[in-house]
Design a protein around this ligand. Structure first.
Ligand SMILES: Nc1ncnc2c1ncn2[C@@H]1O[C@H](COP(=O)(O)OP(=O)(O)OP(=O)(O)O)[C@@H](O)[C@H]1O
Ligand SMILES: [Mg+2]
Length: 310
């Protein structure tokens, strides 16, 4: 879907993206992680030509990104960013409707789409649609930004710290919503974040950047269980890697199918992290496991969880 081949970018002679190659497949949820200044935003902005790259090639759907007209890119790639963003002199409705208006949708359809997206992002449509950005909280502005990115039903969503200003509860709800949109509509999503837990829970693939280069990329599980060097290990934090690993795996993949045990059963779909807290609160060393219909599947052992921890 998006392919970068040996892409470099410098600002004032300082290299910020350094000979970087990356392939983002259709339908993937790629999360770009890295410390401040590592080049995450620059990388994202080059994907939709908000910034031009100096050398190398960037392909979108097999064509050079430079060959697309800017309107075509805007229609096919939604973009949401934390800080810059909403047009200050346009109300919420007009902001969200940017791409549909560009696409000359009929007024009624635009109105409906705005209502639908505001509801999706938990903004009261009647209360907020006529407001201007400065009359909204930071978190509400962010949600309008995400709604605007989704409005034209783009194939690709590019998001730069879209949930940065949100409280943990709203942030969690929006993360769930984005995960749902990813699955339901088969979108290709590229999201930049500082938040390691956000990356681990959302990504099908994490790309860890340092000084404009990819240090490692892989599934969340690979990043935690097979870090290629100390930088990766340090980045994900040595202390609670075990707990994070448990959060990524399900009871279903670690049960002993040929055993049965007594007691209140747990669901096979639980994460091992949730299972761990049940073990600890019940003070038992094994738990019976059932499927969603309550059929016994086997037993999970406390010691099997401990063996997983590095
Ligand atoms: N327009 C610009 N002119 C000059 N330097 C820039 C420009 N944009 C970014 N840089 C520099 O490029 C480097 C990478 O910036 P970038 O915004 O991509 O980092 P980032 O990983 O997104 O950081 P953060 O997590 O703080 O948002 C930084 O050193 C930054 O100062
Ligand atoms: Mg940034």
């Amino acid at each position: 879907m998006i392919e970068l081949q040996h892409v470099s970018k410098a600002f004032n002679g300082v290299t910020v993206i350094d000979d970087l190659s990356l392939h983002i497949a259709r339908g993937e949820f790629t999360v770009i992680l890295g410390s401040s200044g590592s080049g995450k935003s620059t990388l994202l902005k080059m994907m939709n030509r908000l910034l031009e790259h100096d050398s190398g090639r960037i392909l979108f759907a097999d064509d050079e990104i430079r060959s697309f007209r800017p309107e075509a890119i805007r229609r096919r790639m939604g973009y949401a960013i934390q800080s810059v963003g909403l047009f200050p002199h346009w109300n919420v409705e007009k902001n969200i409707a940017t791409v549909p208006t560009l696409l000359k949708w009929p007024a009624g359809r635009i109105h409906e789409r705005v209502t639908e997206l505001m509801t999706l992002l938990q903004l009261d449509a009647e209360l907020y649609r006529q407001r201007y950005p400065h009359q909204l909280s930071g978190g509400q502005q962010q949600r309008v930004g995400v709604a605007r990115a989704l409005a034209g039903n783009p194939e690709v969503l590019l998001m730069d710290e879209p949930f940065g200003a949100l409280d943990p509860v709203t942030r969690g709800a929006l993360q769930l919503e984005i995960a749902r949109i990813h699955k339901a509509f088969d979108k290709t999503i590229v999201l930049v974040t500082h938040d390691i837990d956000e990356a681990l829970s959302l990504a099908t693939r994490i790309v860890l950047l340092d000084q404009g280069r990819i240090v490692q990329s892989g599934t969340p599980l690979q990043m935690l269980s097979s870090p290629t060097n100390d930088f990766v290990t340090d980045f994900f934090g040595r202390s609670d890697v075990g707990i994070k690993l448990l959060g990524l795996q399900r009871v279903a993949t670690h049960l002993r199918a040929d055993e049965r045990a007594a007691g209140e059963p747990v669901l096979a779909s639980l994460s091992l992290r949730e299972a761990l807290s049940i073990f600890l609160s019940r003070q038992v060393d094994r738990l019976p496991v059932v499927d969603s219909d309550g059929q016994p599947l086997g037993v999970i052992h406390f010691h099997d969880l401990l063996d997983l921890r590095p």
